[in-house]
Ligand binder design. Structure first.
Ligand code: URA
Length: 187
């Protein structure tokens, strides 16, 4: 069963020491959502509040994400939310390439179990990790790309990270526009 497979992976991830981030984490942040989601969202890495609570996108960026999802006609409970890294980088710095590599098998396994047909990546790190190449979001956001990751194919919809929109009106309008596009794609 999918739920059991996810739970088994969650327990394995909670014991992970594949990179040095285990030393500074409070706990791992595996992901949350139904085992049969409408779509999967992939962010970058847990922040301070996520590290405290063990859940993805529960801080300020998460609140914005919840309202963006609603604007696309999606309830948060209907989608699966996770991150490229399952541990918080100290001071919320950008993940190091070796941390992304160390954590990649967890995301691969998670996506294998969930088998999504549509994935929304939030920010450059998530888009580049899934596409396996450098991504310039200003050129590639807000459209559907073919993605092959860990031997599986799905549609990838790259957009900006909600945290980047918290203090920039321009990023916020671009993000809002992308989620309106997402709504059109889903209807
Ligand atoms: N930023 C992310 O990329 N992920 C979270 O879970 C929270 C903030």
């Amino acid at each position: 069963m999918r739920e059991e497979e996810l739970e088994g992976l969650r327990v394995r991830v909670s014991r992970c020491r594949r990179c040095g981030l285990w030393r500074t984490r409070t706990q791992t942040v595996f992901g949350s959502g139904p085992a049969f989601p409408r779509l999967v969202l992939v962010g970058e890495a847990p922040g301070a509040q996520e590290d405290e609570e063990g859940l993805p996108f529960v801080g300020a960026a998460g609140k914005l994400l919840t309202s963006l999802l609603l604007s696309a006609g999606l309830r948060r409970e209907g989608v699966y939310i996770t991150n490229v890294l399952k541990c918080r980088p100290p001071g919320n710095r950008t993940p190091l390439p070796e941390e992304v590599e160390a954590c990649r098998p967890h995301l691969e396994e998670q996506l294998r179990i969930l088998g999504p047909s549509l994935v929304v990546s939030l920010g450059r790190v998530a888009a580049s990790t899934l596409l396996g190449r450098p991504v310039e979001l200003s050129r590639e956001h807000g459209r559907v790309l073919d993605c092959r990751f860990a031997g599986r194919s799905f549609s990838l919809f790259p957009t900006y990270h909600p945290a980047a929109a918290l203090y920039s009106g321009k990023n916020r309008s671009r993000l809002e526009e992308d989620f309106r596009r997402l709504r059109e794609l889903l209807t």
